[in-house]
Design a protein around this ligand. Structure first.
Ligand code: SAM
Length: 280
């Protein structure tokens, strides 16, 4: 496996056509799940009643951008890849003419300070490495107004979590009657992460790939996964992706330095968590 410092250059332009083509079957965390969208919607409706607010979305997540526009909020999105920002617009349902696109690195961007009422992020902070995490949180803190909120879905692992190998996970699911594909895809992703150093590695499933793809076909034939889920898993096993998941202590020590947690609760996938926080 190859070690990389951060992931900002790993959503290159040549990855966009296949992402767009396969969007319908893309599984979380690559795409926000319908369950997660409901959570964002519910919380944001309770939290913010005003219309005239300024929001910032980290990355290009079309569903989060739509969510802000649908409420009449002023929207800025920031992504290092401008073509990704544009490409994801085809999955937006709202009129995005007023959206401000900033093409910059979250770690280096100089956005106005004390400016945003809300920063939203779905698995975006897991795109930077452990050493850069405090800088990212510091930046978000600076960009938020004193009354501003940071609402995100992320994930970290604690001591109780057992990292399992790819083969162990597949074999576990092979013995299950009902297969939760979101969890399976997620556990496979986690199987490539190294608990001990929190660095970023390529996931690479080329070993035994044929065998695993045949197994997935069998699950489909046995009606244990749907055609759409089969397609999503196949795309995923054939691609190389990376991300980083932090230790709970690493994550929270940084997070709590810059934010006061108002609420936190588990997301639908193993290890995923939602955080609603205020600027400290
Ligand atoms: C937020 S995410 C992960 C998937 C996420 N659920 C989504 O829907 O976009 C991926 C996006 O983050 C962008 N990105 C990664 N690192 C970045 C950085 N340091 N600064 C700005 N954008 C970054 C990538 O270009 C990519 O478009």
């Amino acid at each position: 496996m190859t070690l990389k410092k951060n992931l900002s250059q790993y959503f290159p332009d040549n990855s966009i056509p296949s992402l767009v083509k396969n969007w319908r079957v893309t599984l979380p965390p690559g795409r926000v799940s319908p369950y997660s969208i409901k959570i964002y919607r519910k919380y944001l409706s309770q939290l913010i009643k005003k219309k005239n607010i300024k929001t910032l979305v980290l990355g290009s997540t079309p569903e989060l951008r739509d969510l802000c526009l649908a409420r009449g909020w002023h929207l800025t999105s920031i992504d290092i890849n401008h073509n990704m920002q544009l490409a994801m617009r085809r999955f937006m349902k709202q009129n995005y003419n007023q959206e401000v696109l900033i093409n910059a690195d979250w770690l280096k961007a100089s956005l106005p300070q004390n400016h945003f009422d809300l920063v939203l992020s779905d698995w975006a902070v897991n795109m930077v490495s452990r050493v850069d995490l405090p800088k990212l949180f510091l930046n978000i803190n600076h960009w938020l107004k004193n009354t501003g909120y940071f609402f995100e879905q992320t994930g970290y692992f604690d001591k109780t979590f057992q990292f399992k190998s790819f083969a162990e996970i597949i074999s576990h699911y092979d013995h299950q009657k009902n297969i939760n594909v979101n969890d399976l895809r997620w556990l496979l992703l986690l199987s490539t992460w190294r608990a001990k150093d929190e660095k970023i590695y390529y996931q690479d499933y080329s070993d035994n790939l044929k065998k695993h793809l045949t197994l997935l076909d069998n699950w489909y034939k046995q009606n244990r996964i749907t055609e759409k889920e089969l397609a999503g898993l196949k795309i995923y096993l054939n691609s190389k992706k990376q991300a980083v998941i932090f230790k709970k202590e690493t994550y929270l020590s940084s997070f709590e330095k810059y934010f006061k947690i108002l609420d936190e609760f588990p997301g639908e996938q193993v290890l995923s968590r939602f955080y609603l926080a205020k600027k400290k």
